[in-house]
Design a binder for this molecule. Sequence first.
Ligand SMILES: [Zn+2]
Length: 381
Amino acid sequence: MLINRAYKFRLYPNLKQKELINKTIGCSRFIYNVMLSKKKDNSKFTKFDLIKEIPKLCNDYPFLKEVDSFSLRNAIFDLENGFNKCYKKLGGYPKFKKKGIKDSYRTEYVKNIYKDKIYENIKIDLKNKTITLPKLKEVKIRGYRNLEYINGRILNATIKHIGSKYYVSVCVEENIPLVEAKTSSIVGIDMGVKSLITTSDGISYGNPNYLKKYERKIKGLQKGLTRKIKGSKNYHKYKNKLQEVYRKLQNARRKINEEIVSKIIKDNDMIVTENLNINKMIEKSNKNLRKNILNSTMSDIIRRLKYKCAWLNKKIIQVNRYYASSQICNRCGNKNEEMKDIRIREYKCPKCGIEIERDLNASLNIMYEGLISYYKKIYQN
Ligand SMILES: [Zn+2]
C-alpha cells in the first residue's frame, strides 16, 4: 500500500542560503498576495489562468527570477486550496499573507536522466547529514539519527522559517506491506478535558495539564507583545519567543500523541471515536486560548488514529457528534441530562443505580454506538 509520510529536519543554512530562503519565502508570499487580489477582482480566474501570469510578473519584478520557480507555482496551488476549502465551508475566505506568520515555501521533486546520469533536484543524504534543495544546493540537516536511508519516492519539500530557526519537511511516498486485519478487539474512545483520552477498557491516557504550562507562557508573551511598539526590535524579539513556544508545544504534543495512538492501535483492531463537536465540549471554559490548544490536540490525535489505521489495515469508526455519549447510561440506556454539566465527574444512574466514572461511561457508549453502526453497514451491503 502506498502512503505519504513526512520527514521533518532542522535545517542549518549558511548565511547565503538563509538569505535565499528568506527571499524565496518573500517571493512566494508576493505571488500569493498578487494572485489573491486578482481572484478578488475576478473570481472566475482558475489556477491555470493565474499560472500563466507568472512570466509576466517575472518581467515586471525581476527579483522573482532569482528564486526557485516551483515555490511560485505552489503559492498559486496553495491559494487554490484555500478557495476550495472556503467553497466547501471548511475554512474562511483566503486572507493576504503577512511577513512573520507561517513563513514558508514549498518546492517539488523532479528527476531527469541525461546521458545515463540521474539528476534529482531534491536529495537527502542521511550519512553526511545534508539535503540538496533547488537553488540552495547542499544544506546541513539534523534529525532521524537512527535512520540510514529513506526508502521511498520524494514528492516535495516545505522549507519553514520559524523564529530564528529553519526547518524542512520532506513528503515521501512509501510502499508499506498490507497487514491482515483481525477486527477481534474493539475499543471506544472518549476525548475530554480531564484526561485527553479515556478508553472503554478503562485506561486513561495523557493528562492535558502539560498543556497548561504552554498556555501560561503563551499568555505572558502575548501580553508582553501588546505592550511593545509594532515593528520595534523588542516586538520582534517577543514574537520570535512566542513562535518558539508554539513550536515547543507542537513538539511535546507530537510526542505524547504519537505514544497514545501507538498504544491504542497496538492493542485494538477497531477503534471508535466521536466525530467531535469539540467547541461544545469545552464551552464551560470560554478562554479562547485553552480551547484552541485542546481542539488542535484532539484533532491531531484523530488525524494520527486515521492514518495509522489506514496503514495497518485497522478500522476506525466515527460516531455522530450529536450522540449524547456522556448523558446516557451504558448499562440501562437511561438519559441523565444533568451530565451536561462537565464538572460532574461521576455518572450516577437514577434508574439502575450504576456509579461509574464519567469519561469511562462515555467511552463505553461510544464503543457500543460504533459497533451498531459497523453491523448496520455490514447488513446493508
Ligand atoms: Zn442506568
